[in-house]
Ligand binder design. Structure first.
Ligand code: SF4
Length: 310
């Protein structure tokens, strides 16, 4: 079956990257809140990846197009500054290791000025790789891995079928950090529902402290129609927290986490309120902001529902 190029879903910080698909879907397509739970993992042929890199190179050096390459390739190339590449898709680190190395070597050979290559990765993808392999990927400019942690609470992780527990995620995080690759993680406010809210927030602050990532982002749960969690909600088995409760979770997470040097933000479009700061330096300032918001409970201060995005 031929490889179907995935739509571009990327971390906000990768907006200036070239989006190079190695896979489609996600190898762990079970998470009950996620759009990828409908996906099936597709692995792209290495030859096809190389052909796209060749086409990129021809366009970058001579503004020439190659017949057969999709328009999206040239649409991205027109505004690409040649510095960053994001490997698609949901967990491109699952791409078979020897082929992944070869793809990165080829990319670096054609584009020696590339500064950083990035990818999403599941905890299992990371644990599957040895420290030596991660270091070799780092040498090939894999500079940052984005990992969805979602929650530090094992009960929540089990319910959403993350297929990784608290300790495995901490182990994966430590491995990434030891390899020298930057680690960026996301957690999801509201994922424990009303009943599990406090435990979700406290356990999430505990896992973040243990992981000590370089970047941490909070997202707010948005139910995607027909996902497992959406069905639970429809049947009354899962109760969504309120927007202000999500900000209480955010405050609790920040209050109880300790970081050595982490850029923490809730700037993702799914959130009701955006905060950002480098922890621990900005911790007090951010907490003050959230506490003021929570005491005023002014709905006009929040991002309106229709402007929230996934
Ligand atoms: S591992 Fe990540 S991308 Fe894959 S289904 Fe779970 S949340 Fe979605």
């Amino acid at each position: 079956m031929s490889f179907a190029r995935p739509e571009i879903i990327r971390p906000p910080s990768e907006h200036a990257s070239y989006f190079l698909p190695l896979t489609s879907g996600c190898s762990n397509n079970t998470c009950s809140f996620c759009a990828y739970s409908f996906s099936k993992l597709g692995i792209r042929e290495l030859d096809e990846v190389k052909q796209e890199i060749d086409a990129m190179s021809l366009y970058a050096n001579q503004r020439m197009w190659v017949a057969g390459q999709p328009d999206i390739v040239y649409l991205i190339l027109r505004s690409w500054n040649g510095k960053k590449v994001f490997l698609q898709d949901g967990d491109a680190l699952v791409y078979p290791y020897p082929k992944l190395i070869e793809a990165l070597q080829y990319l670096n050979q054609k584009f020696p000025a590339i500064e950083r290559i990035a990818s999403y990765a599941t905890p299992r993808d990371i644990l599957r790789r040895s420290l030596k392999e991660l270091k070799t990927l780092k040498e090939q400019k894999l500079g940052i891995l984005y990992m969805g942690v979602e929650s530090g609470d094992d009960e929540v992780l089990q319910k959403i079928q993350k297929n990784a527990d608290h300790n495995q995620m901490v182990e994966a995080a430590k491995k990434v950090k030891e390899s020298g690759i930057l680690l960026s993680v996301t957690v999801i406010l509201g994922l424990g529902g009303v009943k599990g809210s406090e435990k979700h927030a406290l356990e999430t602050s505990r896992i973040l402290t243990e992981m000590d990532p370089d970047y941490a982002g909070a997202l707010t749960l948005t139910l995607i129609p027909e996902t497992g969690l959406h069905k639970e909600w429809k049947h009354g088995e899962f109760e969504m927290i309120t927007p202000f409760d999500s900000l209480w979770e955010l405050k609790t997470i920040i209050e109880n986490s300790t970081f050595s040097n982490c850029f923490f933000s809730s700037m993702h479009a799914s959130n009701y309120y955006a905060i950002r700061g480098t922890m621990p330096k900005d911790k007090d300032k951010v907490l003050k902001q959230l506490k003021a918001l929570l005491s005023r409970k002014d709905l006009d201060m929040l991002r309106p529902e229709f402007l929230r995005g996934l």
